[in-house]
Design a protein. Structure first.
Lengths: 357, 468
């Protein structure tokens, strides 16, 4: 072995260097070949995908417009094309409602896509599972409700959220009743996504279950749920907000209630809220005063311009600049009589932003 | 006696070569794992995102100094990014050309009394402007702070969103860069900073500030840098991510939680490599406070940047980077082998000290040792050639690894000719280019050692970037 290694007559370190060189050149060549193989495989996949997309796009378009009979016109879906066709189908379906969507669902049933995505809804691969659950929602597959309902308890946020969205797409009324109590406990669900989901269900459907959940929830959960009251019907929003503003001492809950109050009804304890020790309560109170839009509240807002918290000053200044009858000259007068430099700065900013110049 | 000494040095070099390459190849393996996970999770992008509006508002801070030629195109492109909620804050860092005037004219800026709190240090602000055409565009004009860090700090003070992306004024972003870059923050609430892969824009075709066609540069220096960027981003940084030890988020595009930036004091205007210094400092502060945090890195190319095409510019850039590396490590030396520092202290920092900071010193010494040894007869000429061949083949292996990773993850260079050119560059960079970079980095190393302040340079831009 030693003779073989040192056959070149090199010293020990040079021999090791030589073998390391040979090994690294060999590894480089192998990697080069692997890279070429990767490229060839990718090219093949892309060509196959492009062919399938071109073929099925025409079939899907015909189904959407109702030009073709969906069942007879569609050729058999090949195994290798399923993923691409499903992707194309979902993309098209995401843009359609009404009769065109119904025709598209009929096409999916004709092609056996429903059975496929039902099986995939419990697939081990996350991406496949999520896509399948979303597709079940698009297909309004009532037979999958139990599977999707179970998935809303999944620890993975994406899985549970996608399942919740699919349920709402299949049967909004039953989904809202089922999901509303869960929303407060699933803080991992992105708020904006929950918001969009409830908005799609519609204010008429969510108002009553939301009201019941908030009234029976602990302060922290109620404060969380209140943010979704913005999409509830106006009378429910105000009823909730005013009840809580009257009875609660929890700053988070107060801020949330101030945020959803429409400002059409008189606000209890308004001055107390404008001077609340928690800055976010003061900020929401200032915003609400702006929404109420009463010129007589200018003095209340003026006091907040010198607040220690930037956001309170900013919201107060914006609300002040938007009060009815508040013109550029009035704002300038207020600015000139302010002693506090921060108050003057923030009012100048609000004047510039609202364009009251 | 001389033979024994020579052999001892030879063994030392072999051990160093073996260690450095095992470390790099280990990074490559980690990077492969990371890319596979990323590609699997990116199947989620197939989902209909109309349901998913889970975005975090972002402020794009764009420091600009004498960017008159390209600033309007760049900002117009930024304003067209596909993201639901973002603002652009351009910081004119006391430009001596007509950068500000061009911005005022192009975006109908009007003076605007911005009320902000100075939370990180920066030179005084002269004026703030708002665009009458774009509600999400503001411009800050400040006194020149002689560093990008100072300008970025002014932007951090003024911006309002919870995430701040600091972007080079001449950087070219992909339309979906923000959507991709925000993913680490959505996936892990402990993320405080994230970066993405940066690619070289030289040779690419741009239209109205966006990338129209990817291509390789004709300039050989820029071509070599394409390969370096692939190595640096595809496994240099991605390999560290699963270990929680990313030490650099490129200054060309980095995204940060604003509260974290303020907490650590913003960018350091005294730092030569302000991007690396900031990330190392974030690690230090978080470790010192025993807080859980995450610094993310996404393999997607999010930003394309212009590489220097002249030897002078490149030499200056490399010396500056190396100087910055030494300074960043020294300023945050608390992290070095600190029992509380985890993988950052025990893996990443020793790696950067041993292989990155001291790399050119050792490599330079090795080169001189083997050439001089062969010339003076202390080493057999054929043995010296074997050692030089080893250095060459290992360098080539790493470059080929990077090309493989590129093909495996997000292949941008799709033509056969481009792949061939990359392989040619992997071979040819070992003849002259690599030795030159060793020399430039050595200069940076000695500048750091002697504490000389680096002169700020203006890089001559290639025609492709900023045009049209």
């Amino acid at each position: 072995m030693r003779d073989f290694l040192f056959a070149s007559g090199f010293s020990a370190p040079a021999s090791v260097a030589l073998w390391m060189t040979v090994a690294s050149i060999a590894a480089s060549l192998l990697l080069l070949l692997y890279t070429l193989e990767l490229r060839l495989r990718r090219g093949f996949r892309e060509r196959r995908r492009a062919g399938a997309v071109a073929h099925w796009r025409a079939i899907i378009a015909a189904a959407v417009t109702g030009v073709a009979s969906t069942r007879t016109a569609a050729p058999k879906l090949r195994r290798g094309e399923r993923r691409e066709v499903l992707r194309l189908w979902m993309y098209t379906r995401s843009m359609l409602e009404g009769a065109a969507a119904d025709r598209l669902i009929a096409l999916a049933r004709g092609l056996g896509l429903v059975e496929l995505v039902r099986r995939q809804a419990s697939h081990a691969h996350l991406g496949t599972r999520l896509m399948a659950m979303q597709a079940l929602g698009y297909m309004r597959d009532a037979d999958s409700v139990a599977t999707l309902a179970a998935a809303t308890d999944d620890g993975n946020t994406l899985v549970s959220m996608t399942a919740a969205e699919a349920l709402t797409a299949i049967d909004p009324a039953r989904a809202v009743a089922r999901l509303m109590p869960k929303i407060a406990s699933r803080r991992d669900w992105p708020r904006t996504q929950v918001f969009t989901m409830l908005q799609r269900a519609g204010s008429a459907l969510i108002s009553e279950p939301l009201y019941r959940c908030i009234r029976s929830a602990a302060d922290e959960d109620a404060a969380y749920l209140l943010q979704f009251a913005e999409i509830a019907e106006f009378d429910v929003r105000d009823a909730l907000a005013l009840e809580l503003l009257r009875s609660s001492g929890n700053p988070e809950l107060l801020a949330a209630a101030l945020k959803v109050a429409t400002g059409h009804a008189p606000i209890p304890r308004l001055d107390e809220l404008l001077a609340h020790p928690a800055w976010y309560v003061r900020m929401q109170a200032a915003k609400l005063v702006g929404r109420m839009g009463r010129a007589k509240d200018a003095g209340r807002l003026e006091k907040l311009l010198a607040d220690e918290e930037w956001w309170v000053r900013y919201r107060a200044a914006k609300a002040l600049a938007r009060l009815p009858g508040m013109g550029a000259a009035d704002l300038e007068q207020i600015r000139l009589r302010l002693d506090d430099r921060y108050a003057r700065d923030i009012l100048s900013l609000a004047i510039a932003e609202t364009g009251t110049r | 006696m001389v033979d024994e000494l020579v052999h001892a040095i030879e063994w030392t070099f072999l051990a160093y070569f073996a260690a450095i390459n095992v470390a790099y190849l280990g990074q490559c393996l980690f990077a492969v794992g990371r890319v596979r996970r990323y590609l699997k999770s990116s199947a989620i992008d197939d989902l209909d995102r109309t349901h998913s509006t889970g975005h975090l508002p972002i402020s794009l801070v764009v420091p600009a100094y004498n960017e008159s030629k390209s600033i309007v195109t760049s900002i117009k492109a930024l304003l067209q990014l596909e993201y639901p909620d973002f603002e652009v804050v351009v910081v004119n860092d006391g430009s001596t050309d007509d950068t500000l005037e061009k911005l005022i004219a192009a975006f109908q800026l009007y003076p605007y009394p911005e009320a902000y709190r100075k939370q990180v240090p920066c030179r005084p602000v002269r004026a703030t402007y708002r665009s009458a055409r774009y509600r999400n565009l503001r411009v800050v004009s400040k006194e020149n702070g002689r560093s990008k860090a100072d300008a970025a700090n002014a932007g951090i003070n003024i911006c309002r969103n919870p995430l701040v992306a600091v972007v080079d004024a001449d950087g070219v972003l992909q339309r979906n860069s923000l959507t991709r870059a925000v993913r680490p923050f959505l996936e892990n609430p402990e993320t405080v900073a994230a970066g993405g892969a940066i690619r070289i824009a030289n040779g690419c075709t741009l239209r109205e500030g966006f990338l129209e066609q990817v291509g390789l540069p004709r300039n050989p220096l820029a071509l070599m840098q394409v390969l370096e960027y692939l190595r640096s981003f595809l496994f240099g940084r991605m390999g560290w991510e699963p270990l929680g030890a990313v030490l650099i988020v490129s200054g060309a595009f980095g995204i940060f939680r604003r509260t974290t930036l303020i907490e650590v004091g913003g960018f350091n205007p005294q730092a030569v490599g302000e991007d690396m210094e900031l990330i190392v400092r974030i690690h230090r502060v978080m470790k010192q406070q025993r807080r859980r945090y995450h610094i993310g890195f996404i393999p997607d190319p999010v930003c394309w940047t212009d590489a220097p095409e002249s030897l002078k510019d490149l030499a200056s850039q490399r010396a500056r980077w190396h100087h910055g590396l030494g300074q960043a490590l020294m300023l945050n030396r608390w992290l070095i082998l600190n029992p509380r520092g985890g993988t950052v202290s025990w893996l990443a920092i020793p790696f950067y000290v041993l292989f990155e900071l001291l790399g050119p010193v050792i490599e330079g010494f090795g080169l001189v040792f083997f050439i001089a040894g062969a010339a003076f007869g202390a080493i057999a000429a054929d043995e010296a050639v074997v050692f030089l061949l080893l250095a060459l083949s290992l360098g080539m292996l790493l470059s080929i690894c990077a090309i493989m990773l590129e093909e495996f993850s997000f292949p941008m260079y799709r033509k056969r000719r481009e792949l061939a050119l990359l392989y040619a560059a992997a071979l040819l960079e070992n003849f002259g280019y690599r030795q030159l970079t060793v020399w430039w980095r050595l200069k940076g190393f000695f500048r750091w050692i002697t504490g000389r302040r680096h002169k700020w340079d203006t890089i001559t831009r290639s025609a492709s970037v900023g045009a049209g």
